[in-house]
Ligand binder design. Sequence first.
Ligand code: UDX
Ligand code: UDX
Length: 479
Amino acid sequence: MKISVKKVSCIGAGYVGGPTMTMMASKCPDLIFNVVDTNRERIESWNNKDLSKLPIFEPGLKALIAKTRNKNLFFSTNIKEAIESADIIFISVNTPTKKKGLGAGKSSDLKWVEASAREVAKYSKGYTIVVEKSTLPVRTAEVIENILNSAETISKTNDVSFSVLSNPEFLSEGTAINDLENPDRILIGGENKEAMIALSNLYKAWVKEEKILFTNIWSSELAKLTSNAFLAQRISSINSISAICEVTGADVKEVSRAIGKDSRIGSKFLDSGPGFGGSCFKKDILNLVYLAEFFGLKEVASFWESVVTINKWHQKRISEIVVKKLFGTVANKKLVILGFAFKANTNDTRESASITICKNLLNEGADLIIYDPKVCPSQIGTDLETNPTTFLEFGKVNVNEDYGRWTFCDNLDNNEVFKNVCAVIILTEWAEFRKVNWKAVRTKMVSPGWVFDSRLIANGKEVKEAGLNLWSLGDGHNN
Ligand code: UDX
Ligand code: UDX
């Protein structure tokens, strides 16, 4: 039986649901896409006429929104209508790590997924394909199926029925539009072949058939967790090597380049940095750890947990190096932080290394001037759990000596930002940080001035020629 698809809905208008549906709408102009979210403010931003006010920053997104919005792509809070009319419903809500109760600190909190499934059960009509888009613990499809097929739903009317599929999203933030347009693969897990074909037909509008993989539902769920775990593991591996480079005189950039030439290893995801952030890596690994523990696979659990442990240790290590190089104390010292997003080309700060490193430095009493081209000060305040303040003159003592202060800087054009600053710390690899005029910056800074480059993007020669000290992550010549 061929399933006819005319309307597609998505619950959750976040970093995944928003761009994914926008891409689909642009590639499938004959279908209608409704994206709904319980967060009214978020939906208002998606509908904002001023495209610079979309809730997420993603290169290329504005143009696609301009092409599709209010033509065949609609953002609203009307969940009931979106569910009633849909032939396919994507669930793309967030699944944070549980803070308390069973599995706290490791397993995912599925309350939003469950709530979404209940909404679908309540309002759906006829036959509906329900697609897990969020990254979920293995066997979540079973939970969704149980809710959808509960006696209550079935008794609503006889012609309600569902197929549940897993279709994880592999996009990376900052390159989401390109990743969606040219995916390495589309993974569809499920049991009902017709439903899987109906979903794959959406993608076939622009993705070659050989890139579309069909698997069983559990393999699909586990493949997504495994994929993120492997990627994160590469970063922890190279970051652990950066520490060895620093003490042996090796250079992590050279080591990365040398091992990346081995075609079995490959050159991607070998950039040493301040530790991985983002909404997925830590959460997904902890999910895997929880799963392994649940099934009594202690050694497997501790193997994967060490990836997260190294990441935490690495961030602490960088904060400590800054303090040590600045004569063992940063109390009342002004430090400029370049970059707060967890990577370049996004305004997302979830699990950003900048949060941990800034908190560590504030804890040491530092005064931070934080600049990021896309992250707003209120988000930084939420992440650092303190409000911004203005600073005292250099040399005067902070009244609250125990904890530093921070202030936001909205552009770097004015060199006054660097006035009386002891160190500049690069934490996100925004392109503009490659072009800092270190000579001009140096004239404002306190001597000896330092540049700490955790992303290996500063022009080392220029930094040194300007008369600044440079510490580069994983560079054995730092000492
Ligand atoms: C991601 C991915 O979907 C998932 O794979 C990953 O595991 C973590 O979260 P993302 O789009 O990055 O999702 O999350 P977020 O930007 O927080 O968006 C989720 C949206 O769902 C929010 O806008 C939230 O308001 C909405 N939501 C949540 C609902 O509409 N209904 C709910 O019941 C819960
Ligand atoms: C990741 C996965 O890449 C994507 O497939 C999945 O769908 C969601 O999770 P994302 O978190 O958006 O995507 O970004 P990613 O590019 O993977 O970067 C994650 C973190 O690792 C960032 O903090 C980034 O700076 C860091 N990173 C990445 C490195 O430190 N070095 C690298 O070589 C690559």
